[in-house]
Design a protein around this ligand. Structure first.
Ligand SMILES: Nc1ncnc2c1ncn2[C@@H]1O[C@H](COP(=O)(O)OP(=O)(O)OP(=O)(O)O)[C@@H](O)[C@H]1O
Ligand SMILES: [Mg+2]
Length: 485
């Protein structure tokens, strides 16, 4: 185990801001000598401090110091980042003058209905933290301090108090990916790092976790090295999403104009009063997608997508829109996460019969969009934008041939979902069906379909597609593609 990191220039720089800003409940990660924790602990605005370090020696050292200094509102624990803090509550008992850490009590929410059929509670899977522990004050911190090891490995130094990973930024990245669970809605993170860590990287990790920062100080310390102190807070979007009950929000994908995040939405059906769809799903955790316009993007694509999704959802097209904010500077929406495979992978893997059903379904959706005079765009190359999900439905009490009743027979169905309506627009001559025809007859897809024993007669399809433009007769088009026999 490496030695304790004793205060250097960076520590004193951060200490200045700890003494200015630390308040209420404080968590320090990577205590080293304990300097930040002790600076925070003596502030009148601070209730208590928990300091953690991966190095047991550092923990022992600071624990000893705390005893000498008779600091009762500081507690030091060994942990690799937040690892040993999950499922815990933290509070300060004023009377006893000590820090109390308890295990989170997870209780099942017992409704009156459930009380009667006590054994059936498990089926309801509605989980809630015990009334006391539900309070954010108990398991989040108002101030979180991080002075991490931030230097890249250089082949010589192997000290965990200095090295932040192969590139230097790994620990900061992991910290920022996990911190939101532990940070109070109105809390702040005080982070110190060096130019050697890579400022751009750190800025990206902050953005990826829906956080924002203010630069408190930038200090050149020689040797081509600059230190940065950041004051990091939750963005308004993150606060809003957390308030609505979204948890574990993470970056999912980066588009050209938007950022996509994925999250868990607990008790979705309780909170979706304003959603376009009010179905009564029993499962109380839903995976959702958050799509947000990137701050530097001028074109109002997300606002357009929100308007279109509201319209097409009524025809059961697109991912279900749960809620949206199209008024703020950075509009966003939250919709159903489609767990499935991209269209091309589906065409590669599945049987002719399954493919026929799915292609027919997509053509029908395109037809509906045409009748709505909307052109989605890019239906001729929908590589990323059609996801096929497998829907399992339970047919209870299916009658079998021998007249015995069979319970819960499962039927599987493949449902293609069209994604990304940001460029969808009103069009007096809508092109969804014809664009999708182009896709099906493209060299790549044609080869794929022919391998599955489809007969693709390009001339015939082109002719019926042309006719479709005139007579809007989708059935002859489907026949010509060989998906409606
Ligand atoms: N509801 C969803 N369920 C599952 N995956 C999704 C969902 N929405 C988006 N994605 C995934 O995220 C990717 C990007 O989404 P989308 O195309 O909507 O974003 P974008 O910003 O418009 O991207 P681009 O600029 O590349 O078009 C999609 O290709 C898809 O893989
Ligand atoms: Mg897009």
């Amino acid at each position: 185990m490496s030695e304790i990191y004793f205060p250097r220039e960076d520590s004193y720089l951060l200490e200045k801001y700890v003494s200015l800003f630390a308040e209420k409940s404080v968590l320090e990660i990577g205590i080293g000598s304990g300097i930040q924790s002790f600076t925070a602990a003596v502030k009148k605005e601070v209730t208590f401090v928990i300091g953690i370090d991966i190095n047991q020696k550092a923990v022992n050292h600071s624990t000893k110091l705390a005893k000498q200094k008779v600091h009762k509102n500081v507690l030091f624990l060994q942990s690799n980042l937040f690892k040993n803090l999950y499922e815990k509550n933290f509070s300060y008992d004023k009377k006893k003058n000590e820090i109390v850490i308890t295990k989170k009590v997870v209780t099942k929410e017992i409704t009156d209905k459930n009380k009667k059929k006590n054994q059936k509670i498990d089926n309801h899977k509605v989980w809630k933290y015990g009334s006391k522990t539900n309070n954010q004050e108990n398991h989040t911190f108002h101030t979180i301090i991080l002075n991490p090891p931030y230097l890249p490995e250089d082949g010589f130094k192997k000290d965990i108090a200095l090295i932040g990973g192969k590139h230097g930024y790994e620990i900061i990245e992991q910290f920022l990916n996990e911190v939101n669970t532990f940070l109070h809605t109105n809390g702040r993170i005080l982070l110190l790092f060096s130019s050697k860590t890579g400022k751009e990287k750190v800025d990206t990790f902050i953005e990826n976790n829906l956080l924002e920062y203010t630069l408190l100080e930038e200090k050149y310390i020689g040797g081509f090295e600059t230190l940065f102190v950041y004051d990091i807070k939750k963005t308004d979007i993150l606060k809003e999403l957390e308030r609505k009950g979204l948890q574990d929000i993470h970056k999912f994908s980066k588009g050209h104009r938007g950022d996509i995040f994925i999250a868990d939405w607990k008790n979705r059906h309780k909170k979706s009063k304003n959603s376009a769809n009010k179905n009564n799903e029993k499962d109380s955790v839903a995976k959702v997608i958050i799509k947000k316009q990137r701050a530097n993007i001028q074109i109002e694509t997300i606002r357009n997508e929100i308007t279109v999704l509201k319209k097409v959802n009524k025809k059961r097209i697109g991912p279900k829109l749960f809620f949206a904010d199209d008024n703020s500077k950075e509009p966003f929406f939250v919709c159903e996460y489609i767990n499935g495979i991209k269209i091309e992978e589906f065409l590669e893997k599945k049987s002719k019969k399954e493919i026929q059903k799915v292609l027919k379904n997509i053509f029908e959706q395109c037809f509906i969009l045409d009748t709505m005079q909307l052109t989605k765009e890019e239906m001729h190359r929908p590589y990323k934008h059609i996801i096929v999900k497998e829907k399992v439905s339970k047919d209870t009490f299916m009658k079998e041939k021998n007249t015995k009743l069979k319970k819960n027979k499962q039927t599987k169905e493949h449902l293609p979902i069209l994604l990304d309506f940001e460029r969808c627009r009103y069009d007096s001559d809508p092109k969804n069906v014809t664009q999708f025809c182009q896709y099906v007859t493209s060299q790549r897809i044609r080869t794929l379909l022919e391998r599955k024993k489809f007969t693709i007669d390009i001339e015939k399809i082109r002719k019926t597609a042309k006719e479709y433009k005139e007579n809007k007769d989708i059935s002859s088009l489907l026949k010509s593609v060989g998906i409606d026999e």
